[in-house]
Design a protein around this ligand. Sequence first.
Ligand SMILES: Cc1cc2nc3c(=O)[nH]c(=O)nc-3n(C[C@H](O)[C@H](O)[C@H](O)COP(=O)(O)OP(=O)(O)OC[C@H]3O[C@@H](n4cnc5c(N)ncnc54)[C@H](O)[C@@H]3O)c2cc1C
Length: 523
Amino acid sequence: MKEIEIACPIGKEPDTAQMVAAAAKALGVAPKNVSACRIVRRSVDARGDILYRYRIEAYRSGEEAEEYRIPEYMDVSSSEPVIVIGAGPAGMFASLRLLMRGKKPVILERGKDVHSRKFDMARLSREGTVDPDSNYCFGEGGAGTFSDGKLFTRSSKRGDIREVLHQLVAFGADPSILIDAHPHIGSDRLPGIVENIRKCIVEHGGEYHFGTRVTDICKRADGGFDVTASVSDDGMSGGACRGVSTAVFSARKIILATGHSARDIYRLFAEKGWELQAKGFALGVRAEHPQSLINRIQYHGRYQPYMPAAEYSFVTQIEGRGVFSFCMCPGGILVPSATGPGETVLNGMSNSARNSRWANAGVVVSVEPEDVPEYASYGPLSLLHFQMDVEKRMYDFSGSVKAPAQRMMDFCRRVVSSGLPATSYHPGAVSAPLHELLPENVSLRLKYAFPEIGNRKMRGYYTNEALLLGVESRTSSPVRIPRDPETLEHTGIKGLYPCGEGAGYAGGIVSSALDGIRCAALV
Ligand SMILES: Cc1cc2nc3c(=O)[nH]c(=O)nc-3n(C[C@H](O)[C@H](O)[C@H](O)COP(=O)(O)OP(=O)(O)OC[C@H]3O[C@@H](n4cnc5c(N)ncnc54)[C@H](O)[C@@H]3O)c2cc1C
């Protein structure tokens, strides 16, 4: 086998004759002795002529292209249950792996099914009222369901990414995610995929319990667990009034995949005296530019409407801390991703076509526990309290989930903007001294970062056409639930597997899914 590369105009794929001819040449054989050509990667190259570059595996006669096969799911209706708390990427992919191992996932999810959840998110955007169990972070599919659905992970150490991508395709994602250098799914497609995953789990004998918020976890003397949950009867209905009861679920093993916003779970651990650690995270703003401007910068003025909306990413160091772009959404919109009342938090999402007129990205600064000595008395929850205070400060400024906002150059010059450009953020923005509302160690680093990015990396990026909105604070978990590196069980509680982003071992859809698979393989 040899790898070859073929360049094609954007929107085109190499045809078979073209691939075979290039393969024969590279392999030094006649075209009839080329047994297969397989496209393994596609990336946009905007350095010279704007092209797709295809990487292709070329096989000669006698060689066979190895096909990836998803392992089979078993019927687990009468198997040993494993409680999976949280139906985000970590919980869902852990559950699929449990099915492969013949164990029965019993999924407890505080939010609603993916369909009912949409009504609560619409209410949040329209009226500014947050349902603390059903929002952009909580509900079936977790925080990744209404997102851009970017599927990158920087680390291949976490596991075999093919298991995640092939399963996503089997459940309805476009097969292009298997080859794209920067694959993404989009918010219009993700809910259907999440629903198909649930149907598969239930068909094979697993259980889903929506509207089921875990409030206590007790270790029994025999080594098993009793998990208490508050259960609301509108888990599947989208209704506004709730009848609430309590239920107890028992199992010998628990996968805890509650995500980075499950603050009540961190508090529960703290109350029980179960080990937690403060973990560095990043905080800053969402920067929103016109997508046309980002296209102009990234395609060097040669953008054509048939080309994909341009992306960007950057990382720099300012005064010993990383400042970087986070979760960039080309052709996307900004959404309110608070999980409780009195918080203003923003994130970004986009549809598969990435065709809104805006480009947004988090631009954030790393924050370590030693940067916030005033919160040290909270111990492992120090950065969590810091995060909560900044979110509250944003909310208090506008008195709603409307985002405090400032034009980019005004932010760096420390002046309040006299008027704001249009924004995709549906609840709206209010002109604010964001430079003062943000913690000083974050604000000052951003002040230096924006002109630097504009001068050194993306000419035109530093502009007053760009709007900064606060706050982007849910980049990753500010707390780690520590686990044994070999068994992946909590350091003090055998049989409890802290998993995914909320445990501090993943960040993003794919790495959380991979972490779910790792934990389920050991349960
Ligand atoms: C708007 C938005 C856009 C994003 N875009 C991207 C992107 O494009 N690409 C990317 O890689 N990442 C993106 N992310 C981040 C990504 O969604 C997360 O990294 C990922 O979902 C983490 O997976 P997880 O399973 O560990 O946790 P989560 O997805 O947070 O899932 C945790 C689940 O646990 C449930 N839960 C919490 N507490 C309890 C409890 N007490 N009882 C029962 N259930 C509970 C929650 O309701 C939730 O469903 C985005 C996030 C948001 C909010």
